[in-house]
Design a protein around this ligand. Structure first.
Ligand SMILES: Nc1ncnc2c1ncn2[C@@H]1O[C@H](COP(=O)(O)OP(=O)(O)OP(=O)(O)O)[C@@H](O)[C@H]1O
Ligand SMILES: [Mg+2]
Length: 366
């Protein structure tokens, strides 16, 4: 899929802007704090229905106004469509081709986006929560079932923790939440396992290319509770763990083990990258993982995702920049940067440059 254009109204520092996009590469240039990331955030909103910056919906409404709107045109399977997001304080509306969606989750799987920011380059050595978020974001984008199972798990976890924190935790109620957690948790674990196996295969292949065949990358799922056997056996095993840990959980007043503590580990030639990899290796592994994400979306949905690169080019050395750009092929790309030299601009295929200044966007030549 690709975006044809967007209209932003009172979104972040944009008052009212209409922009037509290039089918291939859109280079967004501007000084700091002018609105480059805000523009990517608006596109991201049309895919995920929420921001990637841990922002609340209302934070995105331009200060001093009451309503923010994003309208984007896109083409998917040769069909032209529109998506509209409306934000008011305390509410959000989402429409696809003029039809109101009841839930944000209905938006997933409509527009596929892969976002790559400097943060992602640190994914290998950051805390496990970052890697869990990465897995969840990707899986939710390709599987509505996963989204609902994960939501079910998170809801049950919140409830169980609330009981654990209460004055006199009721063991009958805890039994109920244990069952819910085991039911959703076992499915979440199984889906993560399958997804990471696929991701590992694809990222290994990419990593081999990036390192001219010198390094073998392995991406391994490290579940908090490893499960084996049939789905019902897995559910039983997880339930058993919640029961066994109950006393401990009561003392700590929180659920200690379960899929909310899962992690992902990466190995280069059998050494864990997080612990033993050089900085360059960690970055290359992250890049392999990110590029694999594009292939995974293609594989799972049959759709080409749009790639958003927020400030990453300047973080990569020449070689990796070239490797990243050579993998662009046919997908639409939005990349932001504070500066772009002529040499770099020559390396980027067919593109349009947009200059962003204080919330206004003007297309220009480079
Ligand atoms: N709700 C809002 N209303 C008005 N302005 C906002 C709002 N939210 C953020 N901004 C402004 O948007 C600007 C930041 O925009 P953005 O993050 O897109 O910058 P950028 O061009 O990506 O800069 P950098 O190069 O530093 O990453 C800030 O000046 C901030 O004050
Ligand atoms: Mg920015």
């Amino acid at each position: 899929m690709y975006f044809t254009g967007a209209e932003l109204s009172n979104f972040r520092n944009y008052e009212h802007e209409t922009i037509d996009f290039h089918r291939k590469v859109n280079v967004i240039l501007g000084k700091n704090a002018q609105g480059k990331t805000n523009l990517l955030e608006a596109l991201y909103m049309t895919s995920f229905g929420k921001s990637f910056r841990h922002a609340r919906d209302t934070d995105m409404i331009r200060i001093g106004t009451k309503y923010a709107g994003i309208k984007a045109g896109f083409v998917r399977d040769s069909l032209e469509m529109t998506v509209e997001i409306g934000l008011i304080r305390g509410g959000k509306s989402i429409r696809v081709d003029g039809v109101n969606l009841k839930k944000t989750s209905q938006l997933l799987n409509t527009i596929h986006i892969v976002l790559f920011s400097p943060d992602d380059l640190r994914i290998v050595k950051d805390e496990p929560a970052k890697r869990r978020r990465f897995i969840d974001r990707e899986l939710c984008q390709v599987s509505a079932v996963y989204y609902s199972e994960l939501s079910g798990y998170q809801r049950a976890l919140q409830q169980r923790n609330a009981v654990l924190r209460s004055e006199r935790p009721d063991s009958g109620i805890l039994d109920i939440w244990d069952l819910e957690l085991a039911k959703y948790g076992a499915s979440v674990t199984a889906r993560r396992d399958a997804f990471i196996r696929g991701l590992s295969e694809v990222s290994a292949e990419i990593h081999r290319d990036l390192t001219d065949g010198r390094e073998q990358l392995r991406t391994v799922y490290s579940p908090s509770v490893p499960l084996t056997g049939s789905p019902s056996e897995q559910r039983e095993q997880l339930l058993e763990v919640f029961r066994e840990n109950r006393q401990n959980d009561l003392e700590r007043r929180t659920t200690g083990r379960g899929p909310h503590r899962d992690d992902l580990s990466m190995y280069i030639d059998d050494l864990e990258v997080r612990k033993f990899g050089s900085q360059g290796q960690q970055r290359t592994a992250a890049l392999s993982l990110k590029l694999a994400e594009i292939s995974m979306i293609r594989r799972e949905t049959g759709d080409e995702p749009v790639l958003l690169l927020d400030d990453v080019l300047s973080e990569l050395d020449q070689t990796r920049q070239r490797q990243l750009m050579s993998s662009f092929s046919d997908i639409q790309i939005f990349l932001t940067s504070t500066e772009m030299d002529r040499e770099m601009s020559r390396k980027i295929p067919d593109h349009t440059v947009f200059y962003v200044e204080n919330g206004t966007v003007s297309p220009g030549k480079y």
